[in-house]
Design a protein around this ligand. Structure first.
Ligand code: HEC
Length: 155
């Protein structure tokens, strides 16, 4: 009888401590990997920002077209209006922004705009100025804003 009770208690203790260990491990895992698991699913750009903050590979190939630069970096935000990024094709939004002139638009692209909502160089650190300008012209033309109407050379 005595042995059976002891055995029973030991078993109970064991299962309690196993439970505590599992809970402890779970807590440790949650603290370690919680931030990684907290992947934004609401269209925010946190993950993308991590990617664009990485030191980029230098690019030595031929100059990329506006469409290529757009697809490479700008599209991630501009195709979905992320954080208010103007969508190519939105004639009113792009038309209004274009009134600032190409020089101002390019300043905003190169330095970043609205406290980094639009990141410096649109996140394409290895893009040349003329590649970035080609991407801006690409978006303007998609929006029926004739870049010729802007002071393209005023960059
Ligand atoms: C991380 C998201 C993001 C990426 C990537 C991005 N943009 Fe933007 N961009 C924005 C947002 C947001 C705005 C609007 C900011 C505002 O006016 O509130 C914007 C605005 C702009 C504007 C208008 C600026 C003005 O003066 O009104 C231009 C031009 C532009 N982006 C070009 C680019 C180009 C070119 C690329 C790619 C090389 C690019 N963007 C990549 C988020 C982004």
């Amino acid at each position: 009888m005595q042995i059976r009770i002891d055995g029973g208690l030991n078993m109970k203790n064991k299962s309690i401590s196993t439970q505590l260990i599992v809970q402890g491990l779970f807590t440790v895992l949650l603290i370690s990997f919680g931030p990684v698991l907290a992947v934004p699913v609401d269209g925010t750009t946190e993950g993308f920002r991590d990617e664009i903050n990485r030191t980029p590979e230098p690019y030595n190939g031929p100059p990329r077209s506006g469409a290529q630069v757009y697809a490479f970096r700008c599209e991630a935000c501009h195709a979905r209006a992320t954080q208010g990024a103007p969508i190519p094709g939105d004639e009113i939004d792009w038309g209004t922004r274009a009134q600032q002139g190409m020089k101002v638009l390019m300043e905003h692209v190169k330095k970043g705009y609205k406290r980094g909502l639009m990141p410096a160089r649109g996140g394409c650190v290895n893009c040349s100025d003329s590649e970035l300008r080609a991407a801006v012209i690409y978006m303007l033309e998609k929006s029926n804003v004739k870049s010729g109407a802007l002071t393209v050379d005023g960059n």
